[in-house]
Design a protein around this ligand. Structure first.
Ligand code: IVH
Length: 663
């Protein structure tokens, strides 16, 4: 029995230690499976001997149903808020106030992410978690201890053997993928969706059934202390103390000297924020020196030594006025939410994508609903969710069209695809989008050939497809007659068209607008084939042999060049003088060669060998045919080797192949 008690305590120590490595140091030493094994052993001991259970045991995080609402919890030190700075000017004004009050030339700050979650105060007495409470009015919050105990990054006991009481302050957040999972589950059981991760985190903590909280996989990040903890000379020392005590602190805290360093830090976060697994709504800057913090003091709202730099909100709510239907380049007909204009992420948004019909139904969007709209970075604004209101159920369920809103052709839906498509390849909307894509910056980059001009030229019948772009030079008189297009801009446009005639191979492939072939895929294809002719004649097998090219993409490419119309269009482009520059044509010993590996390779992996072929300008294929130039055969080679011999194709060993590369 004494042995079991010792073993249980040892297991608890080990589990706590590994949680610390995982959550605080971000350097786990054991796998989840090993963790589960230790956990299972501890649970077994405790099940047989319930008297050995301690409240701080990692097994005691499961939760149960509470019988009543949350009890009030009085904070020992008030939970203040922060003043906000919107834009750099407002930060500089704050910096100026601090410099004036202290007489210093440059202030040392710490900069860190501002977690977009639910603020929480954890009370530890003699190193044990005794209470967790929401902020409430700053003086008194709600006691949510049972729920917060289920969060695995909240230590139930501190690593430092501490006497007395300390209040740890921080934020509970829900990582984006957990938020999406929670909403998927809610959608499946017909429950209203959370509008954003912050609401989801708050909703999950303010739960009467802590098993629900436990199921949400919330995370905790600490950013400060209330009562207790000791005297620190610097804010950064407080963070070291928190980490040593076993509390997660952001790894992105940075020491910044002076406002210049702060502005650079802000700049660096504009895009970096999206790489974090959770959402942040800004950055917090704190004066690092605690004696200066004390000197500056606080107002009733918040400290004078810290400020929240807020990013432009990336989410807003507004009314859905109508649903319209957009026809894309590939004929996909997608629902678009027409909105009451609203500012999101610093930009006025009047429409947002609803992605596809399935998504529209999944979100149960109806005209008249209040919706949450999101615009993150350069991403197209999207409708995230409907905010529940009492009239929603009475509103009409939107019906997708059965005919193309532009050309009235029948719409079709391929099995397994989310999109409904216009079946008419000559649909003006598809043609217009195809031309816009072709001329766009990432594609042929024809300066001056923008959306408006393309639509006018289509209207006039001067443009009917992409090849007509290269016929414009011979139709100058028609261009001259166009309103608001002076001789000078016509000259510029024609020069830009002429200059686009020698695109890189990858740009050209991308410009063709083959389904599933985005810019990255196009450059992969260009690298693999080196020349346009070899690309257009590639077989399905050669295509799927390229890493990152899946069966669907390979099939689309083959279909594109087999289709009479698109093949003729490509021929016209080439005849009109478009000459894609092969990316590897002149260099590499396998230029123009197709090589097949068969049997076992002993020194290289298959991927490495194929990569060597591509980097030398060749194509690595998986099946032997008349286009095969060389077969590399290893032990166990079978039918491919036989076929190569039958076709009289040169066969070499792996050693020969390596030697060829070395030469
Ligand atoms: S420091 C005395 N640091 O943002 C208050 N707060 O809008 C000092 N928050 O109430 C707060 N991340 O709930 C601080 N890194 C961070 C934070 C942070 C999120 C929350 C916190 C605060 C609110 C103010």
């Amino acid at each position: 029995m004494a042995d079991l008690s010792t073993r249980a305590e040892e297991l608890r120590r080990q589990l706590d230690h590994h949680s610390y490595l995982y959550f605080v140091l971000d350097a786990p030493e054991i796998s989840d499976k090993e963790w589960d094994k230790l956990f299972a052993e501890l649970r077994e001991i405790e099940e047989k001997h319930p008297e050995l259970i301690t409240p701080e045991s990692p097994t005691q995080r499961v939760g149960s149903v509470a019988s009543e609402k949350f009890a009030p919890h009085r904070h020992l030190a008030p939970m203040l808020s922060l003043d906000n700075a919107f834009g750099e000017e407002e930060f500089l004004a704050f910096d100026e106030r601090v410099r004036r009050a202290t007489g210093l030339d440059a202030i040392e700050y710490v900069g860190e992410p501002k977690f977009d979650g639910l603020s929480i105060s954890l009370t530890y007495t003699d190193g044990k978690l005794v209470a967790a409470a929401t902020r409430g009015d700053g003086e008194t919050g709600e006691n949510v201890t049972a729920n917060v105990r289920t969060i695995r990054s909240v230590p139930l006991r501190l690593r430092t053997g501490l006497v007395g009481t300390v209040e740890v302050r921080g934020e509970i957040v829900l990582e984006r993928h957990e938020f999406e999972r929670a909403n998927r589950e809610r959608a499946e059981s017909g429950m209203p969706l959370f509008a954003n991760p912050r609401n989801a985190a708050a909703g999950s903590v303010r739960q009467l059934d802590s098993r629900v909280t436990a199921s949400r996989n919330l995370s905790f990040w600490s950013w400060g202390l209330g009562e207790g903890g000791g005297d620190f000379a610097k804010q950064s020392e407080m963070y070291d103390w928190l980490r040593n005590a076993g509390l997660p602190v952001s790894a992105d805290v940075e020491a910044l000297r002076g406002s210049g360093a702060v502005l650079k830090f802000i700049d660096s976060w504009q895009n970096r924020r999206h790489a974090l697994p959770f959402e942040i709504d800004g950055l917090v800057f704190k004066v690092d020196d605690r004696s200066i913090q004390r000197q500056l003091g606080s107002t009733s709202r918040g400290p004078r030594w810290a400020i929240a730099y807020k990013f432009a909100a990336e989410e807003a709510t507004t009314t859905l006025n109508a649903i319209s239907w957009n026809v894309g380049r590939t004929g996909a007909v997608t629902p678009v939410a027409e909105l009451e204009s609203v500012v999101v992420g610093g930009v006025t948004v009047a429409s947002a994508t609803l992605h596809n019909v399935d998504e529209m139904f999944r979100k149960d969007v109806r005209v008249g609903d209040t919706v949450a709209v999101r615009r993150a970075g350069d991403v197209i604004p999207e409708v995230v969710a409907v905010l529940a209101d009492s009239s929603h159920a009475a509103r009409e369920i939107p019906q997708p069209p059965t005919r193309c809103p532009v050309c009235e052709a029948h719409l079709v839906r391929k099995e397994g695809e989310a999109a409904i498509r216009c079946s008419n390849r000559l649909c003006p909307a598809q043609v217009a989008r195809g031309i816009m894509h072709f001329a766009s910056r990432g594609a042929m980059d024809i300066d001056g050939l923008g959306e408006k001009l393309i639509l006018r030229l289509l209207d006039l019948g001067v443009l009917r497809d992409i090849s007509d772009i290269y016929r414009l030079a011979s139709r100058q008189d028609e261009l001259v007659r166009l309103e608001r297009l002076g001789a000078q801009s016509i000259g510029k446009l024609l020069a830009a068209i002429e200059a686009s005639k020698e695109p890189s191979l990858s740009r050209f492939i991308y410009s063709l607008g083959i389904r599933h072939v985005g810019a990255a895929t196009a450059s992969e294809l260009a690298r693999a084939f080196g020349g346009f002719d070899r690309f257009r004649n590639a077989t399905y097998e050669e295509l799927v042999a390229i890493p990152d090219i899946g069966p669907a993409t390979a099939a689309e490419i083959v279909e594109f060049f087999q289709d009479g119309e698109s093949a003729a269009l490509v021929d016209s482009l080439l005849e009109l003088g478009v000459l894609p520059r092969g990316e590897k044509v002149e260099s590499g010993r396998f230029v123009g060669k197709t090589i097949v590996f068969t049997g076992k390779l002993e020194r290289l992996t298959r991927e490495e060998a194929e990569e060597r072929v591509r980097s030398e300008g060749g194509t690595a294929a998986s099946s032997v045919g008349s286009a095969t130039s060389l077969v590399v055969a290893g032990p166990g080679a079978g039918s491919k080797l036989e076929k190569a011999e039958k076709l009289g194709i040169e066969v070499i060993s792996e050693a020969d192949f390596l030697e060829m590369l070395d030469r």
